[in-house]
Design a protein. Structure first.
Length: 156
Protein backbone atom coordinates (compact mmCIF):
# COMPACT_ATOMS: atom_id res chain seq x y z
CA UNK A 1 0.00 0.00 0.00
CA UNK A 2 1.33 3.47 -0.85
CA UNK A 3 0.07 6.97 -0.09
CA UNK A 4 1.01 10.25 -1.65
CA UNK A 5 -0.05 13.88 -1.68
CA UNK A 6 -1.16 15.87 -4.68
CA UNK A 7 -1.77 19.61 -4.92
CA UNK A 8 -4.21 21.53 -7.10
CA UNK A 9 -6.15 24.75 -7.29
CA UNK A 10 -9.42 24.58 -5.39
CA UNK A 11 -12.81 24.52 -7.08
CA UNK A 12 -16.12 25.71 -5.60
CA UNK A 13 -17.24 22.13 -4.95
CA UNK A 14 -14.37 21.70 -2.47
CA UNK A 15 -16.31 23.80 0.02
CA UNK A 16 -18.33 20.87 1.37
CA UNK A 17 -15.28 18.76 2.20
CA UNK A 18 -13.56 21.73 3.85
CA UNK A 19 -16.46 22.86 6.02
CA UNK A 20 -17.03 19.26 7.11
CA UNK A 21 -13.61 19.06 8.78
CA UNK A 22 -12.76 22.54 10.02
CA UNK A 23 -14.30 22.31 13.50
CA UNK A 24 -12.43 19.06 14.11
CA UNK A 25 -9.18 20.27 12.59
CA UNK A 26 -9.27 23.56 14.56
CA UNK A 27 -10.51 21.91 17.75
CA UNK A 28 -13.22 24.54 18.22
CA UNK A 29 -16.27 25.85 16.31
CA UNK A 30 -14.86 27.80 13.38
CA UNK A 31 -17.03 26.78 10.40
CA UNK A 32 -18.99 30.04 10.62
CA UNK A 33 -15.89 31.91 9.42
CA UNK A 34 -15.54 29.76 6.29
CA UNK A 35 -18.59 30.63 4.25
CA UNK A 36 -19.26 29.19 0.80
CA UNK A 37 -18.59 32.60 -0.76
CA UNK A 38 -14.86 32.06 -0.29
CA UNK A 39 -14.83 29.00 -2.55
CA UNK A 40 -17.43 30.31 -4.98
CA UNK A 41 -15.43 33.47 -5.63
CA UNK A 42 -11.83 32.80 -4.56
CA UNK A 43 -11.26 29.16 -5.52
CA UNK A 44 -8.77 29.93 -8.30
CA UNK A 45 -6.24 31.31 -5.83
CA UNK A 46 -7.02 28.77 -3.12
CA UNK A 47 -5.25 25.43 -2.83
CA UNK A 48 -6.14 21.85 -1.96
CA UNK A 49 -3.80 19.04 -0.90
CA UNK A 50 -5.20 15.56 -1.26
CA UNK A 51 -4.00 12.24 0.10
CA UNK A 52 -4.55 9.16 -1.97
CA UNK A 53 -4.03 5.60 -0.82
CA UNK A 54 -4.21 2.73 -3.28
CA UNK A 55 -7.76 1.41 -3.45
CA UNK A 56 -9.25 4.08 -1.18
CA UNK A 57 -11.13 7.32 -1.95
CA UNK A 58 -9.03 10.49 -2.14
CA UNK A 59 -9.11 12.40 1.15
CA UNK A 60 -8.62 16.07 1.95
CA UNK A 61 -5.16 16.45 3.51
CA UNK A 62 -4.97 20.22 3.76
CA UNK A 63 -6.14 23.44 2.17
CA UNK A 64 -5.46 27.14 1.93
CA UNK A 65 -8.08 29.79 1.16
CA UNK A 66 -6.42 32.97 -0.05
CA UNK A 67 -6.78 35.71 -2.62
CA UNK A 68 -5.24 38.90 -3.98
CA UNK A 69 -6.61 42.03 -2.36
CA UNK A 70 -9.24 43.83 -4.42
CA UNK A 71 -8.49 47.03 -2.50
CA UNK A 72 -4.69 47.17 -2.76
CA UNK A 73 -2.77 45.92 -5.82
CA UNK A 74 0.31 45.13 -3.68
CA UNK A 75 -1.40 42.89 -1.15
CA UNK A 76 -2.69 39.35 -0.81
CA UNK A 77 -4.55 37.73 2.06
CA UNK A 78 -4.73 34.21 3.50
CA UNK A 79 -8.09 33.62 5.14
CA UNK A 80 -7.82 29.98 6.19
CA UNK A 81 -5.15 27.29 6.22
CA UNK A 82 -5.70 23.85 7.65
CA UNK A 83 -3.84 20.54 7.69
CA UNK A 84 -5.27 17.17 8.74
CA UNK A 85 -4.09 16.65 12.35
CA UNK A 86 -2.65 13.26 11.37
CA UNK A 87 -0.36 14.96 8.83
CA UNK A 88 0.86 17.95 10.83
CA UNK A 89 4.49 18.67 11.45
CA UNK A 90 5.67 17.25 8.14
CA UNK A 91 5.85 20.48 6.14
CA UNK A 92 2.47 20.40 4.40
CA UNK A 93 1.42 23.80 5.71
CA UNK A 94 4.73 25.25 4.55
CA UNK A 95 4.23 23.80 1.04
CA UNK A 96 0.73 25.28 0.79
CA UNK A 97 2.07 28.70 1.81
CA UNK A 98 5.00 28.48 -0.62
CA UNK A 99 2.64 27.65 -3.48
CA UNK A 100 0.40 30.58 -2.57
CA UNK A 101 3.39 32.94 -2.28
CA UNK A 102 4.59 31.88 -5.74
CA UNK A 103 1.13 32.38 -7.22
CA UNK A 104 0.76 35.83 -5.67
CA UNK A 105 4.25 36.88 -6.81
CA UNK A 106 3.27 35.86 -10.34
CA UNK A 107 0.33 38.27 -10.03
CA UNK A 108 2.54 41.13 -8.89
CA UNK A 109 1.70 40.99 -5.19
CA UNK A 110 4.45 42.01 -2.77
CA UNK A 111 2.90 41.59 0.70
CA UNK A 112 0.81 38.85 2.32
CA UNK A 113 -1.38 39.33 5.37
CA UNK A 114 -3.26 36.92 7.59
CA UNK A 115 -4.94 37.19 10.98
CA UNK A 116 -5.58 34.75 13.79
CA UNK A 117 -7.13 34.63 17.21
CA UNK A 118 -4.68 35.31 20.07
CA UNK A 119 -5.65 31.92 21.58
CA UNK A 120 -4.36 30.14 18.48
CA UNK A 121 -0.76 29.88 19.63
CA UNK A 122 -0.05 27.13 17.10
CA UNK A 123 -1.07 29.43 14.26
CA UNK A 124 1.10 32.23 15.66
CA UNK A 125 4.13 29.91 15.86
CA UNK A 126 3.45 28.57 12.36
CA UNK A 127 3.24 32.04 10.81
CA UNK A 128 6.38 33.20 12.57
CA UNK A 129 8.20 30.09 11.32
CA UNK A 130 7.04 31.03 7.81
CA UNK A 131 8.61 34.48 8.11
CA UNK A 132 5.58 36.56 9.09
CA UNK A 133 5.86 39.32 11.66
CA UNK A 134 3.10 39.24 14.27
CA UNK A 135 1.71 42.39 15.82
CA UNK A 136 0.31 42.71 19.31
CA UNK A 137 -3.34 41.51 19.52
CA UNK A 138 -5.71 44.18 18.19
CA UNK A 139 -8.70 44.54 20.52
CA UNK A 140 -12.10 44.12 18.79
CA UNK A 141 -10.39 43.73 15.38
CA UNK A 142 -13.25 41.60 13.99
CA UNK A 143 -15.96 43.16 16.13
CA UNK A 144 -16.66 43.27 19.87
CA UNK A 145 -14.70 40.61 21.71
CA UNK A 146 -13.00 39.32 18.55
CA UNK A 147 -9.37 40.30 19.14
CA UNK A 148 -6.91 39.32 16.39
CA UNK A 149 -3.17 39.05 15.80
CA UNK A 150 -2.26 40.50 12.38
CA UNK A 151 0.55 38.84 10.38
CA UNK A 152 2.55 40.50 7.63
CA UNK A 153 5.16 39.01 5.28
CA UNK A 154 7.00 40.51 2.34
CA UNK A 155 7.11 38.48 -0.86
CA UNK A 156 10.23 40.18 -2.18
C1 LIG B 1 -1.14 25.72 11.51
C2 LIG B 1 -1.10 24.47 10.61
C3 LIG B 1 -1.73 24.79 9.27
C4 LIG B 1 0.37 24.07 10.41
O1 LIG B 1 0.43 23.01 9.45
P1 LIG B 1 1.66 21.97 9.44
O2 LIG B 1 1.61 21.22 8.17
O3 LIG B 1 1.67 21.18 10.69
O4 LIG B 1 2.92 22.96 9.45
P2 LIG B 1 4.38 22.62 8.91
O5 LIG B 1 4.71 21.20 9.26
O6 LIG B 1 4.48 23.00 7.48
O7 LIG B 1 5.26 23.58 9.81
C5 LIG B 1 5.92 24.73 9.27
C6 LIG B 1 6.67 25.39 10.40
O8 LIG B 1 5.74 25.88 11.40
C7 LIG B 1 6.05 25.35 12.67
N1 LIG B 1 4.81 25.00 13.35
C8 LIG B 1 3.69 24.50 12.78
N2 LIG B 1 2.75 24.30 13.74
C9 LIG B 1 3.32 24.66 14.91
C10 LIG B 1 2.86 24.66 16.26
N3 LIG B 1 1.63 24.25 16.59
N4 LIG B 1 3.70 25.10 17.23
C11 LIG B 1 4.95 25.52 16.92
N5 LIG B 1 5.46 25.56 15.65
C12 LIG B 1 4.62 25.11 14.66
C13 LIG B 1 6.84 24.08 12.38
O9 LIG B 1 7.70 23.74 13.45
C14 LIG B 1 7.60 24.44 11.13
O10 LIG B 1 8.75 25.19 11.45
P3 LIG B 1 10.17 24.81 10.79
O11 LIG B 1 9.91 24.62 9.30
O12 LIG B 1 11.00 26.01 11.09
O13 LIG B 1 10.62 23.56 11.45
C15 LIG B 1 -1.82 23.27 11.30
O14 LIG B 1 -1.30 23.09 12.60
C16 LIG B 1 -3.31 23.43 11.40
O15 LIG B 1 -4.05 23.04 10.48
N6 LIG B 1 -3.82 23.98 12.54
C17 LIG B 1 -5.26 24.14 12.76
C18 LIG B 1 -5.83 25.21 11.86
C19 LIG B 1 -5.25 26.59 12.14
O16 LIG B 1 -5.10 27.01 13.26
N7 LIG B 1 -4.91 27.32 11.03
C20 LIG B 1 -4.27 28.63 11.12
C21 LIG B 1 -5.25 29.74 11.30
S1 LIG B 1 -6.28 30.02 9.84
Amino acid sequence: MSAHLTFRAAVPADYDAMVAVVDTWWGRPIAGALQRVFLDHFSRTSLVAERSVDGEPVQLAGFLVGFPSAADAEQAYIHFVGVDPALRGSGLGRVLYKQFFDLMRSQGRTVVHAVTSPVNTGSIAFHQALGFSAGEPVVDYDGPGADRVVFTRSLS
